[in-house]
Ligand binder design. Structure first.
Ligand SMILES: [Zn+2]
Length: 371
């Protein structure tokens, strides 16, 4: 193990199959029913809010048009509103049960909202319509394996948290995980001024199962992709590390609730790393020992592309940014996240909340030793 500390990966929307859903031409499209080109163009250039508003108006006029519901579902998914996306896509399929693209997109939305059963069923129907469509067979195989594994797990159902674990050996771990989640829900909710209403699924894996399911980098000690996934082999040997990872992932869930999209990775990982525990000493130590630095702009995308050494620097630098956000924004951190979620850039949100972006960046650079 290269590091005494392992990190947790957050995966924001995975778009590969979404793209497939829109570009697939395997089946004849109902051209007469296609949404107005203005809405389609907005979807293609990534202006999902604009597309959603055009489609809403169109749907008022033609509420039974499957393509309009599909477009609305696509826009909602891109905006991180998985529940709304699922509702729109189900409606599209109500009016056209053999709508291939809608089935593929519904499978993605369902997977993101941790409804593996709906994800598999939808993709199976899509596969039956277009057996040769690229990527579908492999995706189905992976999801079926995941469903089969989870099918063997026990559940510790709760109102806010649903914890899945493999057997009696993990029961004590699941009790601890559930207790940490319950207590941190309130304290973190207060810090981030966000109290998710949705039930969160938390799956406890053996270390090998975690690797098989997530294909996460070796340095990952947990993951959040709509549900929390944790490798917990031997976790009670260091219960405080377990608490830290659980807390870290819970922060991702809360941020995702406040800002379904729009939060750069450094905001996600920075706040999660800063709020996961009161002990931050590893970050300056990591930065002192490393001779590389990463710019804030390069910390906006996923960290899975970093190897272990660089990942450590990325997390340490993000922690410094997360701490600075908390110091400068104080009680407004939640508002800041909500602004990111509604389409503001980091700089716009900081300015609005009376934190000049230039001084924020300069102070961050000074603290991480980047000039
Ligand atoms: Zn994380």
């Amino acid at each position: 193990m290269p590091f005494a500390r392992s990190f947790a990966v957050v995966r924001v929307v995975v778009a590969a199959l979404v793209l497939l859903a829109v570009t697939a031409t395997t089946l004849p499209a109902q051209d007469s029913e296609r949404p107005p080109s203005e809405a389609w163009a907005a979807l293609e250039r990534g202006d999902h809010a604009k597309a959603a508003s055009i489609l809403r108006e169109e749907l008022d006029r033609s509420p039974r048009n499957a393509w309009l519901h599909f477009g609305a579902g696509y826009a909602a998914l891109a905006l991180g509103r998985t529940d709304a996306a699922i509702a729109s896509l189900k409606r599209a399929l109500e009016y056209n049960p053999n709508f291939f693209q809608a089935l593929v997109l519904l499978s993605q939305a369902a997977y993101q909202s941790a409804d593996l059963d709906l994800a598999v069923r939808s993709l199976e129907k899509a596969a039956a319509l277009a057996p040769a469509a690229p990527g579908i067979a492999k995706q189905l195989e992976e999801w079926r394996a995941e469903a089969a594994l989870h099918g063997r797990f026990e559940q510790r159902p709760g109102v806010r948290f649903n914890v899945l674990f493999e057997g009696p050996a993990e029961r004590a771990i699941s009790d601890r995980v559930a207790a940490v989640l319950e207590s941190k829900y309130w304290s973190l909710g207060k810090t981030l001024n966000t109290y998710p209403g949705e039930t969160l699924t938390v799956i406890l894996y053996s270390n090998q199962q975690f690797q098989d399911i997530t294909r996460a980098p070796a340095w990952a000690g947990g993951g959040y992709d709509g549900r929390i996934r944790l490798p917990v082999s031997g976790a009670l040997r260091s219960p405080r590390s377990l608490d830290r990872v659980v807390t870290h992932e819970l922060v991702h869930f809360i941020i995702r609730t406040a800002a379904p999209t729009g939060a750069p990775t450094w905001v996600h990982e920075g706040l999660a790393s800063y709020l996961e525990s009161a002990d931050h000493t590893w970050a300056p130590k990591t930065l002192r020992a490393a001779n590389v630095r990463i710019s804030l702009a390069d910390l906006a995308g996923g960290f899975e592309r970093f190897d272990g050494d660089l990942a450590a620097v990325a997390y340490a630098e993000s922690l410094v940014a997360g701490q600075l956000l908390c110091e400068r924004l104080g009680a407004n951190v939640g508002t800041f996240l909500q602004m990111l979620g509604s389409g503001h850039t980091v700089d716009q949100a900081l300015s609005t909340l009376n934190v000049p972006p230039d001084t924020f960046t300069a102070e961050w650079q000074r603290r991480v030793g980047l000039h």
